[in-house]
Design a protein around this ligand. Structure first.
Ligand code: CO
Length: 134
């Protein structure tokens, strides 16, 4: 069902400092900063030859990553994102196999303008798992 690894997301408290680590220390190609108001995060994408790293900084008071950063003040891996061909078919198969979809269960438009869903970390080895329609 799942296809390519689309990205690994890392939550950070200072996205400028985090971007500098990837750009200046690791020598990676980085995107500009985008405020995703409806998702409560500011994002920067690191473009690697085979996948991406998504840096996430909290935006606003209701940011969904605020609690994560309280527990992990120096930042940490927040989720992984896999591509699927058909997000509704993937969701229905996963629900039939006992997985829990977060929120109302309906795909939202994610950071790349494509439909995404998040799966409960307790069902996937303690890892918040995002699916994105390829
Ligand atoms: Co993501």
């Amino acid at each position: 069902m799942i296809g390519r690894l689309n990205h690994v997301a890392i939550a950070v408290s200072d996205i400028d400092a985090a971007t500098a680590v990837y750009r200046d220390t690791l020598g990676a190609e980085v995107s500009g900063k985008v405020e995703q108001t409806e998702h409560g995060v500011t994002t920067v994408f690191i473009n690697l030859p085979n996948t991406k790293i998504e840096l996430l900084e909290p935006l606003g008071e209701q940011s969904p990553i605020a609690k994560f950063l309280e527990k992990n003040p120096s930042g940490g891996i927040h989720h992984v994102c896999y591509e699927v061909d058909d997000i509704l078919a993937a969701r229905d198969q996963l629900v039939a196999r006992g997985a829990r979809v977060l929120g109302d269960g309906e795909p939202k438009i994610g950071a790349h303008g494509k439909p995404v869903l998040f799966l409960h970390p307790k069902d996937f080895l303690g890892t918040l798992t995002e699916l994105e329609q390829a």
